[in-house]
Design a protein around this ligand. Structure first.
Ligand SMILES: [Zn+2]
Ligand SMILES: [Zn+2]
Length: 274
């Protein structure tokens, strides 16, 4: 295997796009909101509780922050699912028979309680501040878990363009925006794109999900990322089929190592994976 290239934009042929903002009205909307923010005391981006006037990002009250960062006793290194405290293997019953194309996964927590509600809200464009703040928490978790082996590049798992336009927001783009800032790492929002419409993963049987996303992503050949370590970012991972397919696209293009970072790890069959 080729050695990983040094961290930073040196691994790329051209400067990556660092932001994942909405086109058109996005900037105007942000400026208007910034004006409003200056007049109001800061508030928790999840429950709305007032925060001290000097509060810094992520704007969460301590109760919400604790709820989001509550970890299971132990998690599987490969798929981030909860495992018993005495678990010693590198994989777990959930991922043992899966041929994931990523090597490791990091999650802020399990898709339940406050974290589940946050992920659902993050799909609405009005919840952009919540998503941006969640990116800070996820960045801190990534730093804690990966420690000395941080990735060279952050990449959001893309949605089909029609879905992005319809929603007006793509939470993985926003997560990457703050994660890149917090970790001081480059990001590339256009490294891979979703080239066709896929069915909602949550409506399919786990056995049908891999086929649903097969060849759904295309690699942007303007980038040279051979030998690098890429962090793929999404809001939720359930079966891991979507993340694995995105990782497959990257590995085909020469990426040496792929780690997945998600806000929530879904562990039930009925949960949605987008
Ligand atoms: Zn709160
Ligand atoms: Zn596992």
């Amino acid at each position: 295997m080729r050695p990983a290239k040094p961290a930073g934009a040196a691994a790329l042929r051209r400067e990556p796009k660092v932001t994942g903002r909405m086109p058109g009205l996005g900037l105007t909307f942000r400026l208007v909101r910034l004006g409003a923010d200056l007049l109001l005391p800061p508030a928790c981006n999840f429950c709305g509780a007032e925060l001290p006037s000097l509060a810094e990002s992520p704007l969460f009250c301590s109760a919400c922050r604790q709820a989001f960062q509550a970890l299971p006793v132990a998690v599987c290194r490969r798929c981030a699912a909860p495992v018993p405290a005495d678990h010693r293997e590198d994989d777990c019953p959930r991922c043992r028979n899966r041929r994931y194309q990523f090597q490791a996964a990091v999650a802020l927590g399990v898709y339940q309680g406050a974290l589940r509600e946050a992920v659902i809200r993050m799909k609405q464009s009005a919840q952009e501040p919540l998503t941006l703040s969640m990116g800070y928490l996820l960045a801190d978790r990534v730093r804690e878990v990966l420690a000395a082996s941080l990735p060279d590049l952050l990449v959001p798992i893309p949605a089909y363009w029609l879905k992005r336009v319809w929603r007006g927001v793509n939470s993985p783009d926003l997560l990457v925006e703050t994660m890149a800032r917090r970790l001081r790492l480059p990001s590339a929002n256009d490294l891979i794109r979703c080239r066709r419409r896929t069915q909602k993963q949550g409506t399919l049987l786990p056995s049908e999900r891999a086929a649903n996303v097969r060849d759904a992503f295309a690699f942007n050949s303007d980038y040279d990322i051979v030998g690098s370590h890429v962090l793929l970012v999404d809001d939720i991972m359930t079966t891991g089929s979507t993340a694995s397919e995105a990782a497959r696209t990257l590995r085909r293009a020469g990426v040496a190592r792929v780690t997945v970072a998600v806000v929530a790890r879904g562990v039930g069959l009925a949960q949605r994976q987008l």
